[in-house]
Design a binder for this molecule. Structure first.
Ligand code: CP
Ligand code: NVA
Length: 310
């Protein structure tokens, strides 16, 4: 039997996303009304963190308990992974004891090796290359506020990182335009951003802009992320210099549509990739994005474990 994993955004179709977003809306409504939603009673999620986390941990852990399930939390330091147990052996063992695994790690290939040796579904909780659960939450947040994202324009300002690659995959799959502005040398890797089976429209799904202000011009959504992602800390000083002009400020927001939204996956550094007046301003929806991680991931867990949504 083929096991359904969620290793990158391209793993699901546009139809699957439409159903997931509908299910997430229902799950969120029930949560807000204090209605029980015990669809995963007696199911266990193992979470493996090889990098730090606040939102990913709390959203998966709280979400799993709210669905009647339970959680096991491991880190590199407190497991045998930190003492060189092969990832393949770890996968074989853990997947005999739990129903689903979420991993946050470094290389995508490490996640893939785990998935190849797992008996149960595996979810990408962030790798160097992708962060699909975050984009799931971001697009759900867009839909809540503005409806369909098809045909809209999203401006990505900053590093061509795991978030940027995932936005590019989402643009190709869900039919919106992504405008990317990064400093030279930090561009999105077109191979990582590509889909295995791209629809014809995906060829134009993302476009590079040297000037961040131009990328923002007329955009429906402006989004950014830290200049230095986890695992790249040694480059911090060089990045601070290279990215100095890639701070999303009031001028960039003024170039976007008047009703444009601002998103950031968090954690944020005010005064670096985003000005305080933008992230704390009226167009920012960052707290909704963070909360929505939990609602969309509950729908995702149901889909992977029960094979259906609804
Ligand atoms: N956005 C996000 O994944 O946050 P954490 O690193 O806190 O999990
Ligand atoms: N690009 C960031 C996202 C953190 C949630 C990182 O990988 O550190």
């Amino acid at each position: 039997m083929t096991i359904k994993h969620y290793l990158q955004f391209a793993d699901f179709t546009a139809d699957e996303y439409a159903r997931l977003f509908e299910r997430a809306a229902l799950i969120k409504r029930k949560f807000k009304n204090y209605e029980k939603h015990h669809t995963l009673t007696d199911r266990t999620l193992a979470m493996i963190f090889e990098k730090a986390s606040t939102r990913t941990r709390v959203s998966f852990e709280a979400g799993m308990y709210q669905m009647g399930g339970s959680v096991v939390h491991l880190t590199t330091g407190d497991s045998q992974l930190g003492r060189s147990e092969p990832i393949e052996d770890t996968a074989r063992v853990i997947s005999r004891m739990v129903d689903v695994v979420m991993i946050r790690t470094f290389e995508q290939t490490r996640l893939e090796r785990f998935a190849q040796h797992s008996r149960v579904p595996v979810i990408n909780g962030l790798t160097n290359e992708y962060h699909p659960c975050q984009i799931l939450a971001d697009i759900f947040t867009w839909i809540e506020r503005r409806g369909s994202i098809r045909g809209k324009t999203v401006a990505w300002i900053g590093d061509g990182n795991n978030m940027a690659n995932t936005w590019a995959q989402a643009a190709a799959l869900l039919g919106f335009e992504l405008r990317v502005s990064t400093p030279r040398g930090y561009e999105v890797d077109s191979q990582l951003a590509a889909l295995d089976n791209p629809p014809p429209a995906s060829r134009k799904a993302w476009q590079n802009f040297a000037d961040p202000l131009q990328a923002c011009a007329g955009a429906d959504l402006v989004t950014t992320d830290v200049w230095t992602s986890m695992g790249y800390e040694a480059e911090n000083e060089a990045r601070k210099q290279a990215f100095a002009n890639w701070c999303v400020n009031a001028g960039m927001m003024a170039a976007a549509k008047p009703d444009a939204l601002f998103m950031h996956c968090l954690p944020a550094h005010r005064g670096e990739e985003v000005a305080a007046e933008v992230i704390d301003g009226p167009q920012s929806v960052v707290w909704d994005e963070a909360e929505n991680r939990m609602h969309v991931q509950k729908a995702l867990l149901e889909y992977l474990l029960l094979g259906r949504v609804g």
